[in-house]
Design a protein around this ligand. Structure first.
Ligand code: CP
Ligand code: NVA
Length: 305
């Protein structure tokens, strides 16, 4: 049995197969061809943080695969009243086939997985957001073909999304250039670990340096969920880290722009970029659905093996 807590849980072949299957499932959905591969299966979705895309994509995805999804807001469950994670994991996993968790501390998801009898999916922690990278790479592949050997530029916070882009450079073989302000660099241990395994990741001195020759430019909010009170101080620290048309002009002419969303127009991204011709953010958001359907099929196929 496999969990999906970070991209390191997938081999490159497994990840590529999931992307390809996501593309097939997208076509089937578009053509109205039924594909109830997870009939009779149930997914528990545990949320400690807000969500639009993650909830809608997992819940709809499970429905389209013939299964059922339960939306569990932790505060409305006994988890929120302090029932131990170990006990909750044993109980919930005894009744469902898959568990998806969005929470703060990554260690919560790790502990849940340790005691779960079914696969656990990380649907965002403070450390990582691997589901988003599956959708982002799928989007790149649809628009430009294989991402291996291409250059991805990350501009902004060294946050959960940045960490997953770092891990993804190992899985998918792209070169990653990161430009983050001092004090907001990615976790050094995660970076060192990815590099020791061969990840091609460069910390750049400026956003301009990071986007030079980039095939894909991507960013995220300056203050993530749980950091709302740091918004003002972060606005100052990130003032020179906006992705705008001047910065995009330094990238390759055919560079794509991505953002996991939700976005703050006028902060990390200018209106002309996110709503401009290089932006593929809507495809990226939709692909959460298709990529995660493929991920759920993969995790459950592994259980049956
Ligand atoms: N990108 C993403 O995970 O969006 P939500 O927070 O809306 O789920
Ligand atoms: N870094 C953001 C991503 C939201 C999808 C956050 O954690 O809030």
């Amino acid at each position: 049995m496999k969990h999906f807590l970070t991209l390191k849980d997938l081999t490159s072949d497994e990840a590529s197969n999931i992307i390809q299957r996501g593309i097939v499932l997208k076509a089937k959905q578009r053509q109205g061809e039924a594909h109830p591969t997870l009939e009779g299966k149930a997914l528990a979705m545990i949320f400690d943080k807000s969500s639009t895309r993650t909830r809608v994509s997992f819940e709809t995805g499970m429905f389209q695969l013939g299964g059922h999804a339960l939306f569990l807001q932790s505060g409305a469950t006994q988890l929120g009243r302090g029932e131990p994670i170990e006990d909750s994991a044993r109980v919930i996993s005894s009744m469902v086939d898959l568990v998806m968790i969005r929470t703060f501390e990554h260690s919560m998801v790790q502990k849940f997985a340790e005691y779960s009898s079914v696969p656990v999916i990380n649907a965002l922690t403070d450390l990582a957001h691997p589901c988003q990278i599956l959708a982002d790479v799928m989007t790149f592949v649809e628009h430009r073909g294989d991402i291996a050997g291409k250059t991805v530029a990350w501009i902004g916070d060294g946050n959960n999304m940045a960490h997953s882009w770092v891990n993804g450079s190992l899985t998918f073989g792209y070169q990653l250039n990161l430009a983050c302000p001092n004090g907001y660099l990615p976790d050094p241990a995660l970076l060192a670990s990815a590099r020791s395994l061969g990840a091609n990741v460069t910390l750049c001195a400026s956003p301009q340096q990071a986007v030079e020759g980039a095939d894909l430019v991507t960013t995220d909010v300056w203050a993530s969920m749980g950091q709302e009170e740091e918004q003002k101080i972060r606005e100052q620290a990130f003032a020179h880290y906006q992705v705008n048309s001047k910065l995009m002009a330094t990238a390759r002419k055919d560079a794509l722009f991505m953002h996991c969303l939700p976005a703050h127009r006028g902060e990390e991204v200018a209106v002309e970029v996110i709503d401009g011709p290089q932006s593929v953010v809507w495809d990226e958001a939709e692909n959460r659905l298709h990529a995660q359907k493929a991920l759920m099929e993969f995790l459950l196929a592994n259980v049956n093996d």
